[in-house]
Design a protein around this ligand. Sequence first.
Ligand SMILES: [Zn+2]
Length: 283
Amino acid sequence: MSKSNATVLSKANQDDQKTACITLDLESDWFVDQPGHSYRSVEYLQSYIEMIRQVDVPVTVFVSGRLLEDRPEAVERLRRELDTEFHLHSYAHDPEMKQGFRTDLKQGIDAYEAFFGSRPRAYRAPLGKLTPSQLTILDDAGFDIDSSVFPSVRPGTYNNLGAPIEPYQPPETSDLVEFPIGVIPRLRIPAAQSYLKLGGWPYLRLLSMVDLPDPLVFVSHLHDFFDSGVNEYRSQPMKAIQERNLDASTTLFAELISCLDRQGYRFATIADVYDDHINGGLL
Ligand SMILES: [Zn+2]
């Protein structure tokens, strides 16, 4: 993906306030070095709800189809207690898509429809791994939004350094709009809770000093905030990375929200931003 063949979209009114979308990927525990899956992180849902209530922002939740089937009460609780919007985060949360992308997507859509009674409007791929042909499949399936692309580099997983850092129309789609994950311009370091936790207070200071994208799509997981014990099953260096600053993670997040607030950001869900700025006649 390069800048030359992706159409970067602009806002209807450039004077509008900047927007931040706080997103949560809700899935079974992963990188667990044993077969099967678990939901230990989901046991921290009440702490998550309390943390979000403190900062009072809407949350865009990307939920896996399998979690919808296995832990429907958790999703229901989030829906009841917070200002949320739900989208699809694959069915099995398998970055390798061993059962095939189309099969996984169909299962995911079916699980979503069974729970919510409507089709999902947005998609996020496990680990942000999505090929151009999979984007076309999402477009054909009627998705308005994909929010999978890290316009950054992760060796062995993706290299999207040429991708735009604000919403764009990928050349492979006719309708679907990509909302890339927020990154620090030029440095291309993701504005995600995992990186905030890893970089700690110096990274927060950096985020407060730079001109971040608009909209800013901020990624987080329950395991980025709470120690569910899953890290015991991870191998190094992932174990050390995941455990770093874990005690300070919720404080860092609250400070980040204050920092974005001071920078003039308002907080909205991804579909609200799409409806305000993209669907308003810009395409
Ligand atoms: Zn995920």
